[in-house]
Design a protein around this ligand. Structure first.
Ligand code: FES
Ligand code: ZN
Length: 310
């Protein structure tokens, strides 16, 4: 099969664009879309400090490489932060990849662990909790640590590796669960606050499969193992359904993302009178409630309560 642009040998077919691309033209398209996304959403300004949340998985590793190359044309500071949740037999492998890749690019890299910050590992929490709701605990603690870690590293913004598939899945999941507030926010705070480091998602228009192909073509080493706690039954179901729909109706994931981006400003306007920002009485971080989710959760785990076991 030949490249639709230059008649060289094709390495990939993009059904949504009915296009075959050779290695060179695929790389060019992939990087151009990444840069256009940064530009369109004004994600990075000259001279800003950006922290990339680096897990060692394909998305964040590719993201770090792309950001590193972008610096040649748009000068900004780039550091990497990795959160070590304390998951035996999994995190240490991806940590090694993260360390190696950051070092190869000469990027300052720091690891922040659940253990150091909360005195517990995710494994330890799961032992206490009988293995229930790992992603809920992991999500709250990880998000909190990414925010405080990025701040400690003087970042203006934190770049996360969410790709097109993640975005489309999350939008659909929020719709199906009737979570309009979550949909309006989609991971971003409604109120601007200095202590909350803004998140950017430069890969939100990059399909997961293309990120993997880009990594392979560019010899970016990756960690392919899945988190042993990843039993998000619902997300797995939505992913499967979306992949099937995408196959029959190419471009579906892009259309979900674009619909979401079109309606999000209206959703956000609708909740502008959202509860005013408070500060957690325990840790003084910004919070919607008197005590933040992180502190409430830690208390609950230590006291063996049942906040999430409803
Ligand atoms: Fe949910 Fe690892 S804890 S995927
Ligand atoms: Zn708190």
């Amino acid at each position: 099969l030949k490249c639709s642009k230059c008649a060289g040998d094709a390495v990939i077919f993009l059904p949504y664009a009915k296009t075959h691309l050779c290695e060179r033209d695929f790389n060019a398209m992939f990087e151009k879309r990444f840069r256009a996304t940064i530009r369109d959403f004004k994600m990075i300004k000259k001279g800003e400090h950006i922290a990339v949340a680096l897990s060692g998985g394909k998305d964040s590793t590719v993201l770090m490489h792309l950001l590193h190359r972008l610096k040649e044309d748009l000068p900004f500071e780039l550091v990497a932060v990795t959160i070590d949740e304390g998951i035996k037999g999994y995190r240490s492998n991806s940590l090694a990849v993260a360390e190696k890749e950051a070092k190869a690019l000469g990027i300052e890299h720091k690891v922040f662990s659940f253990k150091d910050r909360t005195d517990m590992t995710l494994d330890g929490i799961m032992e206490k909790k009988g293995g229930k709701l790992p992603c809920s605990y992991c999500g709250v603690i990880r998000r909190y640590l990414i925010n405080t870690a990025s701040r400690e590293m003087n970042a203006d913004k934190v770049a996360v590796g969410h790709n097109l598939d993640d975005m489309a899945q999350t939008v659909m999941m929020n719709l199906m669960r009737n979570e309009p507030m979550r949909l309006a926010r989609l991971g971003d705070p409604i109120v601007e606050e200095e202590k909350l480091i803004a998140r950017i998602r430069p890969l939100l228009r990059s399909p997961e499969k293309e990120i993997a192909v880009y990594a392979m073509l560019n010899n970016i080493s990756l960690h392919f193992q899945e988190c042993p706690y990843a039993r998000h039954a619902f997300r797995a179901h939505v992913r499967e359904q979306l992949n099937a729909t995408e196959e029959r109706y190419p471009g579906t994931k892009f259309r979900i993302l674009n619909s979401f981006l079109a309606i999000q400003p209206m959703l956000r306007r609708g909740i502008e009178s959202a509860p005013e920002m408070k500060y957690c009485k325990t840790c003084k971080e910004p919070s919607g409630t008197e005590q933040c989710m992180f502190c409430t959760m830690l208390e609950e785990i230590k006291e063996g309560g049942a906040m999430l076991n409803k």
